[in-house]
Design a protein around this ligand. Sequence first.
Ligand code: HAX
Length: 435
Amino acid sequence: MKTLKDKLREKIEEARPRTKRLIKEFGDVVVDKVTIAQVFGGMRGLKCLVTDISYLDPMEGIRYRGYTLKEVFEKLPKIEGNDMPYVEGAFYLLLTGEIPTKEEVCLLVDEFRKRRILPRYLYDIIDSFPQDSHPMTIFSAAILTLHRESFFTRKYNAGISKMDYWEPTYEDTLNLLAKLPEIASYIYAKLYRGGNRIISDPNLDMAGNFAHMMGKESPYDDVSRLHFIIHADHESGNISAHTGHLVASSLSDIYQSISAMINGLAGPLHGLANQEVLRWLLSMKDKMGDNLPSENEMKQFVWDTLNSGQVIPGYGHAVLRKTDPRYALQREFSLKHMANDDLFKYVDLLYKVVPPILQEHGKAKNPWPNVDAQSGVIQWHYGVKEYDFYTVLFGIGRSIGITANLIWDRALGYSLERPKSLTTDMLEKIANASK
Ligand code: HAX
């Protein structure tokens, strides 16, 4: 059986001539135009990035390597008795475009197990943070600290050929992904469990071991698999993916790039929205007392939030124009496992109430829920009530897709990112000339 690395090497050899031909023979072909609104508006919709790992259709949602999420969950190998597939299998799929066999996944699970141990100094670094630090800050710093372990940086300093950059990047990726659950669960233990750490179980897969280190029973292992897989990738233009790609484009290594992307994910308009949703739901619950609010009471609360100039967390999206399939999958899970949960009932009522209000409000281009509207309540239900921690979970998942992208960035020799900026004077001249 071929190892993942051997399979990847073959895929890279096949892909290289396609990229080379496009640049060499068609380099001048126009792909898109840029408007003044896009220059000021965060380059929204501008077609200027490339990835083969996932594609986000505004109406359909994300596809990983051509597969809808539903297909991904159906096709990837599972541990017997579990509903959700191995997270390692999702990484295999994102990296190669192939659905792995169970044997292939088990080989990768074994690779992850061998690489999961954290160096002693990392525990000291995490311990040294003040108790009121945000877990995302500690997470980012811990990942960055591992830069000293970078195989890529060592190879680069020794003078490796450009064509081989992907290999040490692949090694760094496996080393980092295997360690993320250990880092995250130790941050959780430090901040919320008085430093009482649960030692990892080498017999378990990545998500199963994470659930174990969090001190959670089944089905929290499946909750973790679901969570990590749906958050893995959302094409290249979102803030975390783009930050990872941008930083890596200067040949910063995996640790520096993933630490940077974690900081982008930590913003309330991006990954932190899952924590914001919980905070918002709890403030509503606080106001309503023990009773489930009526539809009218909930409508009023939503309007009060909007009228105070805040956004409704968990709703809207820069690309999507319908209910996020990642929301739908989590809803399906919640209906099966926790339909009577109080907060889930809030979330479900909001699904009915918010979209027409956002439509009436008239600003958001997408009135439908995104992934973050639903993920926190599942964590809450299974006893992870420290909602500051939720974006760390998102960060573990998102690292899987971004590292897969960065390996391919290196393999295909993608360039340093360097767009051009203009002054307002220059844009006014362009605007006047267009009259
Ligand atoms: N509530 C209230 N107003 C909203 C809104 C919401 N949920 N979503 C968008 N709007 C507003 C915007 O603030 C903007 O207002 P201004 O014109 O006054 O600036 C207007 O509608 C147009 O915005 P848009 O084009 O529809 O959306 P953007 O591409 O600018 O922003 C966001 C996309 C996701 C940031 C936005 O919808 C938002 O702030 N949502 C709430 C926060 C959230 O859930 N973020 C997580 C998104 C998913 C994700 O990345 N997860 O990691």
